[in-house]
Design a protein around this ligand. Sequence first.
Ligand code: PLP
Length: 402
Amino acid sequence: VSTWSNVPAGPPDPILGITEAFKADKDPRKINLGVGAYRDEQGKPYILPSVKKAEEIVRESAPDKEYLPITGLGSFTKNAALLAYGSDAAPIKEGTVSITQSISGTGALRIGGEFLARHYPASKAIYLPVPTWGNHIPLFRDSGLEVRGYRYFNKDTVGLDFEGLKADLKAAPEGAIVLLHACAHNPTGIDPTPAQWAEISDIVKEKKLFPFFDMAYQGFASGSTVKDAFAVRHFVAQGHQIALAQSFAKNMGLYGERVGAFSLTTADPEEKARVDSQLKIIIRPMYSNPPLHGARIANAILSSSELYSQWESEVKGMADRIISMREKVYNVLTHDLKTPGEWGHIKSQIGMFSYTGLQSAQTKALAEKAHVYMTADGRISMAGLNGGNVEYFAESVDAAVR
Ligand code: PLP
């Protein structure tokens, strides 16, 4: 018998399964709306021109391939913190942000989960929105935290269940950790308004909850990196200590380069030094130190005012293209086809994803009859739509709901 004869087969990844079904489909009209990666107007992966320039700059500087320190490229993490917190934030001015480079957003969340499981004194419970990015649940569970949920999505309005959210945070035990999507909530595409964020901040303060922000889409949601950082900056300005996971996968299109950062705001430089030392103790036995190339690219962009403004306009270009697809889907469904139902949420949702409200039988029919692939919960990646397929998509949805 083999050593592994008792290893049970695990379930397939729900999103990668969609890609497989899509690849096997030979119909030329097929559309893949499952994957969370940006596609251009031709449906192709997009390398940002600012990233290409940054790569040239890196190449011309002929850097060596030595190891980075455990916490990564210092100039990159400094710039990443500035991008998230803003130059006016007290922890930036006071030099009290403890930050490390990470293996993109996922790695940042995992370092954060491990750190909180070891050092956060008040609780092991982490409250995640329902629904949330699927990987949050095993990630925090594997970090040693106890995963719980707070209400987020209202099926009836296809909007935020703000009353449910507030009630659940108020009912959470004092000191619990709460995971907040900083912007472009995945999978719903529904974010609190600034006024709602202010209320959430008050509840977090009152209940002494610990806020952990997952910011995987800064700039990608609204087209403005400043606007998308509102929640993080508001909490910091209100005096909260926060944890923050950043990803450069979406906003710089650096998916496979795995560029991210994890940070904690601390009370003073002496405390920061202690926290820094424990981040290193967590990272060293996991992967020793992070990869070089992506951090060099991101840093070349963040450290040159010229490339930075080029990048900002390219991020806005991606966000605007997605927003225009939302408008197009809404207009075709509501005005051209008079599709039954209310579709305003397609337009008001933000970021890469839209929760369409389609039921799993309808998503199945869309795949089988129209060759349109999405997750069974009716989530679509707006980036998979373009001028060439958006009308066919809307017509297929119309047929599926009639
Ligand atoms: N957090 C959320 C909410 C996400 O949607 C994603 C990616 O889809 C991530 C984190 C992490 O992505 P990455 O590890 O590629 O940065």
